[in-house]
Design a protein around this ligand. Structure first.
Ligand SMILES: C[S@@+](CC[C@H](N)C(=O)[O-])C[C@H]1O[C@@H](n2cnc3c(N)ncnc32)[C@H](O)[C@@H]1O
Length: 239
């Protein structure tokens, strides 16, 4: 098992993988550091090779939503606070963001949110059972706009089948981005996948769902004059 203090060890066997993130520790405030010390035990899930038992981890059976790359977690905490009937699992690699979210979870006394400090691809591959998620949401994934960096984008055709496998039949995949080129490439990848159906007639982008709250990166995108795109797809039912 790997603890939050030493995870994302670059000596691990999967260190050859092209990562969708650059580990930048940034400044951790003393409140965030304290939140890690005080609340990680309660809300954090350690990484490793063990398949997760979501029912046991949340202490109840409820549909589970996975958010990948929650940043500072403000919007994830607010969404979880207004949908107490759902369980939320957030995965992020940026520890100050995790500290920030832990503070919010404790303040709001949320019982339906758990956090992992890990590369989401590894969690999907090794720790999440197939067909366990009601929805996967990824808001403003790192755009990697330079051509030579595009291989780092989280959404790649081979990654999509992994995401789909973790969704329940009729589960939802929801992505928002302010990077037009990334949005178009994801639209093509998802529309071409026989296991996904675009929720929009005409196979285009979706209107912004009312429950999706403004994130820090969305605000930045809007300030820069970018168009925000939502992509909403459903996993086909094999039954
Ligand atoms: C552009 S930021 C967006 C943050 C937040 N969703 C928002 O909209 O403000 C992308 C985030 O995804 C995280 N990230 C990128 N690749 C990841 C991965 N493979 N696993 C977990 N988190 C990842 C980064 O650390 C970063 O915080």
């Amino acid at each position: 098992m790997t603890s939050i203090l030493d995870n994302l060890n670059t000596n691990s066997s999967s260190s050859q993988r092209i990562r969708s993130f650059v580990r930048r520790e940034g400044r951790m405030t003393s409140a965030q550091q304290r939140a890690l010390t005080e609340h990680w035990k309660r809300f954090g899930i350690e990484t490793g090779a063990v398949l997760l038992d979501l029912e046991k981890l949340f202490g109840r059976r409820a549909p589970c939503v996975l958010e990948i790359g929650f940043g500072d977690g403000e919007s994830l905490a607010a969404i979880a606070a207004t949908h107490l009937d759902l369980n939320y699992l957030g995965i992020e690699v940026h520890r100050p963001g995790i500290g920030h979210l832990l503070l919010r979870v404790a303040e709001l006394q949320l019982t339906n949110l758990r956090i992992m400090c890990a590369d989401a691809t590894e969690v999907l591959e090794k720790q999440l059972p197939d067909e366990c998620l009601e929805r996967i949401q990824i808001f403003f994934p790192d755009p990697w706009p330079k051509m030579r960096h595009r291989k780092r984008r989280f959404i790649q055709p081979q990654q999509v089948s992994l995401l789909i496998r973790k969704l329940k039949p009729l589960g939802q995949l929801h992505i928002a981005t302010d990077c037009e080129d990334y949005a178009l490439s994801m639209l093509d990848i998802f529309n071409a996948n026989p296991d996904l159906v675009n929720n929009m007639i005409g196979n285009g982008f979706a209107p912004r769902p009312t429950w999706r709250l403004m994130t820090k990166f969305e605000q930045r995108g809007l300030r820069l004059g970018h168009t925000i795109r939502d992509l909403l797809f459903t996993r086909c039912s094999p039954y």
